[in-house]
Design a binder for this molecule. Structure first.
Ligand code: UTP
Length: 245
């Protein structure tokens, strides 16, 4: 396990659809106590997604003839606004600025405060950012809090697979790579995980947990007890959880 002082480093990818399903119904307040509790035992880095709001901006951009990489830049801007909102809600326990590079994230992490960031470069999603960041800070684990309760053998939301799709409790990284290999790379696309992210995880052997972030307590429970709704992904299919007490 990689440690900073006595604290493990944990990177949490918080989907925009989890944190801000809409501007009227957000989960920012619900996530603050969970993040504070985790941060008492670990050095926490959070990567916030853009969610539906980013996709709506990207749709408008496309409708006026904007190219894909510029549309991505618009998506990145939304992720950074979402990151700013979470920083604001966390208060002094969070570093006050949103890093725009991995170097900045590392540097802000030296404050031992929670670091919150969004996207970095076009052509990927914040899943990829979280995977690169996890490698860069030598995290003990990457947690991907999403709107589905783990990784399935096929898309359970597709009526053709609804009855046969099987949820994995644990899975190898190689198997996850196989599952996401067919995904789209268009701006705003919505797959279980970004292919770039899975390749990064595979490359550095980073343990990953994909879990249902619609209930913030699930994130805490995964890290504290190892009991949660989701899937553990690792090189050999074993679980490093629980990680904090
Ligand atoms: P997200 O990471 O939010 O994508 O980035 P998502 O798959 O919609 O995730 P959820 O719904 O939040 O879980 C939003 C968009 O911003 C651009 C991409 O277009 C992405 O689809 N983006 C984000 C980048 O181009 N680069 C980045 O590093 C991050």
């Amino acid at each position: 396990m990689n440690q900073s002082g006595n604290k493990p480093k944990i990177v949490i990818a918080l989907g925009g659809s989890i944190l801000l399903p809409s501007l009227n119904a957000h989960a920012i307040h619900a996530y603050v106590p969970v993040m504070l509790e985790i941060a008492a035992k670990a050095q926490v880095y959070i990567v916030v997604g853009g969610g539906k709001i980013a996709r709506e901006y990207i749709d408008v951009a496309r409708s006026i003839g904007t190219d894909e990489s510029t549309s991505d830049e618009i998506g990145i801007a939304v992720t950074r606004i979402n990151a700013s909102l979470l920083i604001s809600a966390l208060g002094d326990v969070a570093y006050p600025l949103v890093p725009t590079t991995y170097h900045e994230a590392l540097s802000y992490g030296c404050s031992e405060r929670i670091v919150v960031m969004g996207g970095i470069v076009p052509g990927q999603t914040t899943d990829a950012v979280s995977a690169v960041l996890a490698e860069r800070v030598r995290a003990s684990i990457l947690v991907n809090a999403t709107s589905i309760d783990g990784i399935y053998s096929a898309d359970p939301n597709n009526p053709a697979y609804a009855k046969t799709a099987k949820r994995y409790d644990t899975i190898t990284t190689a198997k996850l790579l196989e599952i996401v290999q067919q995904g789209s790379v268009r701006a705003g696309s919505n797959n279980i995980m970004d292919l770039v992210a899975v390749k990064m995880i595979d490359r550095c052997g980073m343990p990953l947990v994909v879990l249902d972030g619609r209930d913030p307590a699930n994130v805490l429970s995964a890290l504290q007890t190892g009991t949660f709704a989701g899937t553990v992904v690792s090189e050999d299919g074993t679980s490093p959880l629980p990680l904090i007490s």
